[in-house]
Design a protein around this ligand. Structure first.
Ligand code: 5GP
Length: 234
């Protein structure tokens, strides 16, 4: 094991270019001030991430995904992670409502992109492209590529989740460098996105854990059911 994060562990393999990403059931919120467990979350997030990465690859978006190895393990390309958390928002919620004093649930006329500096010790502060260039986290060309990819991913995933009767409210992406190329890394799951049931508006994502809304496991299972078209195996 080379790294243990809040929701995943990373292991080296015989191939220096490849790592194994293991998804845990552990859940944290508010920079790990709130801790808990969401039963089967690791299995659910691994499967949903694999499905999303496969979809994105089929649409020519390069990702670190190689293949799913088991219910909790995924083989990925080793990345030099760029310490930027890129958020795209289609509907107001969470951080943007708090930051700008606007209600949640307002459909935006165009997607809003934000950068947060990936630094737990600073609580992932919102920052802008000047800060990114100042800190030399990415070049102008790299950031342009990252932005274009992120908007393309947004459109693909809005359509994908709409078919499952889910609104893609917002999500967080991380990118990294691998052999001179920029690849999408990390995961895509109800941990890193907001997904609202289109008919009822019910929250089916990590906000159920963050905000103590109850039925946390049920929400993750419902997203799994809609994305995978089957029940999570017990
Ligand atoms: P917000 O800025 O509103 O808290 O988050 C925006 C979106 O990005 C949400 O879908 C949220 O789940 C995701 N996100 C942003 N930062 C993090 C993070 O540090 N961890 C996780 N799991 N998700 C994040």
């Amino acid at each position: 094991m080379i790294y243990e994060g809040k929701a995943k562990k990373l292991y080296e393999t015989d191939d220096p270019d490849l790592l194994i990403q293991e998804f845990k059931d552990d859940a944290t919120a508010f920079n790990a001030q709130k801790r808990g467990t969401i039963q089967q979350k690791g299995i659910i997030n691994n499967a949903i991430s694999a499905r999303v990465f496969t979809l994105l690859e089929s649409k020519k978006i390069p990702t670190h995904f190689v293949k799913q190895l088991s219910d909790r393990d995924m083989l990925v390309k080793r990345l030099q992670i760029i310490p930027i958390e890129l958020t795209i928002r289609n509907i107001t919620a969470g951080g943007i409502s708090k930051l700008l004093g606007i209600p949640e649930g307002i459909k935006l006329d165009f997607p809003v992109l934000e950068y947060h500096y990936k630094r737990d010790d600073l609580n992932d502060p919102l920052f802008n492209e000047y800060h990114i260039f100042m800190l030399k986290l990415a070049t102008r060309e790299e950031l342009k590529e990252i932005n274009e990819r992120s908007f393309a991913i947004n459109q693909i995933l809005i359509d994908f989740f709409k078919e499952k009767n889910l609104d893609l409210v917002d999500f967080k992406l991380e990118f990294g460098r691998h052999k001179g190329k920029i690849l999408l890394g990390d995961e895509f799951s109800p941990d890193t996105s907001r997904l609202w049931e289109r008919t009822t508006g019910e929250k089916l994502d990590k906000d159920r854990f963050r905000r103590d809304l109850g039925k946390v496991e049920e929400a993750y299972q419902e997203v799994y059911r809609r994305v995978m078209g089957k029940e999570v195996l017990q």
